[in-house]
Write a protein that binds this ligand. Sequence first.
Ligand code: XMP
Length: 514
Amino acid sequence: MNQEKILVIDFGGQYNQLVARRVRECNVYCEIYSYKTDLEQIKAMKPKGIILTGGPDSCYEEGAASCSRELFELGIPILGLCYGAQVMMHVLGGHVCKAPVREYGKIEVAVDRSSKLFADVSEKTICWMSHNDYIEKEAPGFTIIAHTPNCPVAAAESAERQLYAFQFHPEVLHTQEGKKMLHNFVYGVCGCMGTWKMDAFVEMSIQAIREKVGDGKVLCALSGGVDSSVAAVMLAKAVGDQLTCVFVDHGLLRKNEGNEVEEVFGPNGPYKLHFIRVNAQQRFYDRLKGVEDPERKRKIIGEEFIRVFEEEAKKIGAVDFLVQGTIYPDVVESGLGGESAVIKSHHNVGGLPDYVDFKEIIEPLRDLFKDEVRKVGLELGIPEKLVYRQPFPGPGLGIRIIGEVTPEKVTMVQEADAIYREEIAKAGLDREIGQYFAALTNMRSVGVMGDGRTYDYAIALRAVNTIDFMTAEAAELPWEVLSKTANRIVNEVKNVNRVLYDCTGKPPGTIEFE
Ligand code: XMP
């Protein structure tokens, strides 16, 4: 799609995706590329502006991530953030070195409001700093436009060359006026118009899918999660009953989830598509019998999922297109954009089916962040309940039951989780917490119930806040919510006599238990 575009050049910092999301929140389209990207490629994309991200290196050391001087001579506005600012100064002849005082946290910064980037920003404003190195001397031709007591060059500009450097992180919410500063850059300096809007995206995408698919047949694996649901509805709106959705119920979904998916996509729902629900619960339970190792469980669930899907696909016969609910973070994290090829390969449930006969893949959400997928979902009229569903792992409750999975344990964790979700929603916290769920520990312990002794299972409750799911903090839930949930679980869920709250962050814990 022909969009005005900002490029985020990634030096390996932890906030690379956050920078891009903030730009998109300004209604400007934005993509992430590695700092190794060829200059010619950058030019060919005709970006309206470039943002250089933070990074872990010291820019003056041998082998540090860097960029060429020519990048700054293209006449394209550039904003460097933290490491990106240091690289800009270093390459253009300033001096970067180890800071005498390391700055970390929320710091008051005095800014020069005559700079375009600080238009309408308070003279003293709280910014998020996190750096060991600092810019001791700005590069020739630059003016200092912000400072703190420990940081003489908290921001600098060369306005006529449209080059700007911030030592702090405007993309992080702790920088109170960061959004305004980024807005000032993309509109005030880069001259963007703000054409990236989800209603227009939906309209254009539906049109493009129609043209691409023609009268072809399309197959989609529905998981019930947000991404595949939004992708399916978009396809349904574009090509109607040329689309077949296969929904494999592996018996490891949350309580009622299978029926909720069927209500939306099934014959009584609003869409004109072919819906096939495969009730494969027993097959999965049979294969999981006696299996305790988490990775083996993941593998079995992934493989079985593909197998069931393939069997259905064979019945349907050859199709022209297979839909995938890939979203932009998947693209970045699989190393295709950006610098940080992470670690989530084990999270892709099983990969692509081998034996499905299709010609091409359609990925209608490939350019979108999760919050944008949700907006698109709402634009498409998908119920809020489904659009705001929290992330759910592909192997489902299989990795929220420690040790062997049995149908009885699935019921226990489903019931406990449903109570927990209900109480969180009643407290109005459901959209505030990044991810929360109940898990079944493999621990049984002594309790008393009425006059009798019990020897039953312990449920663990987890709630975390996170930006990117790579690190997370345990959420500080109000005691009333926890105690009410715990009471209800021990009273209402059979074979559970104890409830624990997990206070561990990630690291050292993970979000899931297995
Ligand atoms: P962890 O437990 O690795 O979870 O801290 C980080 C995020 O990834 C999700 N997750 C998975 N998603 N298949 C998935 O599709 C998996 O095997 C899997 N394991 C973890 C988890 O729910 C959290 O959002």
